[in-house]
Design a protein around this ligand. Structure first.
Ligand SMILES: [Zn+2]
Length: 231
C-alpha cells in the first residue's frame, strides 16, 4: 500500500544521515497521504543505513498500525497531533540536531539576526512551554504535539515551519517529507549562525521588520520573486 509515500519517507529519513542531522537512530521523518488518511513513519530504533521502503510503517490518524512488521517511531503520537491540527502540512521531521537542540535545551527562541534566517523563516523560531508533570505522566508524546499546536494558536504553520520543544529539540514540517528535512537542515544552519553571532556580540539585535519581510516574502508567499519563473 502507498508504495510512493513509503519510498519518499524512506529517502527523507536516509537524507538525515547525509545532512549530518542525526547520529545512531535518533530522529524520525513521516509523511501523510491525506486522501487515504494514512501516515508513513520510520520504524522505532532502526539504523538509517539499512532502512528500506518496505520497513516504513503505515498508521491511521488514530495511531493504529495498518501495515508494517516493525513498531513505529515512539514519536508517532506527536506527529499525529500536528497532522490532525494542520491539514496543510504533508511531512514532519524530528531531530536532535546539536545547535537547534542547544537552543531548545536553553529554552531560548532562535532570534532572527540576519537575512540568511529571514530568507527561510519569518522571524524568531519559537520555543514551547515546558510540559507539566501530569502531561508527562501519561500520553507524553501526544501531549508534546498538543503543546506545539497550542504554541501556534496565533501563528500560521505555513509561515513558521519549525518549533523548539522546550528541553527536547526541534520539530519541523513542510509540504512533503523531503521538504521537512530540508527545513530541518536550514534550521540547524541558522541556529549555528545565531549561536556564533551571539558569541561574537551578545547584544546583537534582531532584524528590523522591513528587512525581515523583504527577505522572507521575496522567497515565500504569493509575491515571491526568487528563483526562475514556473513554466
Ligand atoms: Zn526527540
Amino acid at each position: 500500500m502507498l508504495e510512493g509515500l513509503k519510498k519518499e519517507v524512506c529517502a527523507a529519513n536516509r537524507a538525515l544521515v547525509k545532512h549530518k542531522l542525526v547520529i545512531l537512530t535518533f530522529g524520525n521523518v513521516s509523511g501523510i497521504d491525506r486522501k487515504a488518511g494514512l501516515i508513513a513513519i520510520k520504524p522505532s530504533g532502526t539504523a538509517y543505513e539499512r532502512l528500506k521502503p518496505e520497513q516504513i510503517v503505515l498508521a491511521d490518524l488514530k495511531g493504529k498500525v495498518v501495515e508494517g512488521e516493525l513498531k513505529p517511531s515512539v514519536d508517532l503520537a506527536t506527529h499525529l497531533e500536528l497532522y490532525k491540527a494542520w491539514p496543510e502540512i504533508r511531512g514532519i521531521c524530528h531531530t536532535h540536531s546539536p545547535y537547534a537542540t542547544a537552543f531548545a535545551q536553553a529554552e531560548k527562541p532562535i532570534p532572527c539576526l540576519g537575512t540568511t534566517h529571514a530568507d527561510e523563516f519569518h522571524g524568531e523560531i519559537p520555543v514551547t512551554r515546558p510540559l507539566t508533570a501530569k502531561e508527562m505522566e501519561s500520553d507524553y508524546e501526544a501531549n508534546t504535539g498538543r503543546v506545539i499546536v497550542d504554541q501556534f494558536r496565533l501563528t500560521n504553520p505555513e509561515d513558521m515551519m519549525a518549533v523548539l520543544v522546550a528541553k527536547h529539540g526541534p520539530f519541523v514540517w513542510g509540504k512533503s517529507p523531503l521538504e521537512a528535512v530540508t527545513n530541518s537542515l536550514l534550521l540547524e544552519e541558522i541556529a549555528r549562525l545565531a549561536f556564533r553571532t551571539m558569541t561574537i556580540n551578545p547584544q546583537a539585535g534582531p532584524l528590523g521588520k522591513e528587512l525581515l519581510d523583504k527577505h522572507y516574502l521575496r522567497k515565500h508567499g504569493p509575491q515571491a520573486s526568487y528563483g526562475q519563473p514556473k513554466k
